[in-house]
Design a protein around this ligand. Structure first.
Ligand code: NAP
Length: 215
């Protein structure tokens, strides 16, 4: 996927556009499928990479549709320019989106009720960029997500699942649905027990970006 993204960029479709499409697709899915969304609490639990960036875009598109929308950021330093741009965008939406970051005093104590009282959780902690075992902060958030009674929608890959092998790195979000982008990742198809229903969505990557990569 990384090579396809790079080719897409060379063809004139930058990652920021793909991220906008990914977040918009996620938000549309929720708007079109959740009954009485205006009485539901939506929580985006995000990492600092592009998977988190997809979650920030979804939060922006959902603002105004739900009773309350919160974004919990696991970390304090963005990893990519696209996630930085979209984080800065939602930071200014002080009337419609509540933010919680690890810089806040008693972060973990504050995170717990927000996750446990959510109606819908968007899992945007990590996607294809996971490496090794999730660190403690991330594992704690994943445990809370799995303990909640919320409907869980994973972005691209349930956080903790290796998208290539289908193996779980110690712990993984157990999703009700996974919206994956552009192509099915092999590991997802092996783990319906973790992904829930898998929905494949286009995010506007030109087919030409696959030349030399896909058969
Ligand atoms: N073409 C597409 O399909 C497309 C287009 C646009 C966006 N996207 C989205 O972008 C995602 C990929 O974005 P990405 O490459 O930036 O990777 P990512 O999936 O967002 O993961 C990278 C982030 O996870 C953290 N991380 C990785 N392993 C960790 C671990 N074991 N414990 C704790 N934190 C860990 C990294 O922090 P550290 O570096 O500090 O570990 C980094 O913040 C896709 O899954 C999709 O959601 C996809």
């Amino acid at each position: 996927m990384d090579k396809i993204d790079t080719n897409s960029e060379k063809l004139g479709i930058p990652r920021i556009l793909l991220m906008e499409n990914a977040g918009s697709v996620l938000a549309d899915h929720i708007i079109n499928h959740v009954k009485e969304l205006d009485s539901r609490k939506v929580v985006v639990v995000a990492g600092t990479g592009n998977n988190g960036g997809d979650g920030f875009v979804a939060a922006r598109h959902l603002a105004g549709y739900s009773k309350e929308i919160s974004v919990i950021l696991l970390g304090n330093k963005m990893k990519t320019k696209e996630s930085t741009l979209n984080w800065n965008g939602i930071k200014n939406m002080y009337k419609t989106i509540k933010l919680l970051t690890t810089d806040e005093f008693d972060f973990e104590k504050k995170m717990k009720p927000i996750i446990l009282e959510a109606d819908i959780i968007i899992d945007a902690i990590f996607g294809t960029g996971i490496k090794g075992l999730p660190r403690k902060l991330h594992s704690n958030a994943i445990n809370l997500i799995n303990d909640s009674k919320a409907y869980i929608l994973s972005v691209d890959v349930p956080s903790g699942l290796d998208p290539l092998t289908g193996e779980v790195n110690n712990i993984s979000v157990i999703a009700n649905e996974t919206i994956t982008f552009h192509r099915f990742k092999i590991g997802l198809l092996k783990r319906k027990d973790i992904t829930g229903k898998i929905i494949l969505k286009s995010i506007g990557i030109p087919p030409e970006a696959e030349e030399g990569i896909m058969n």
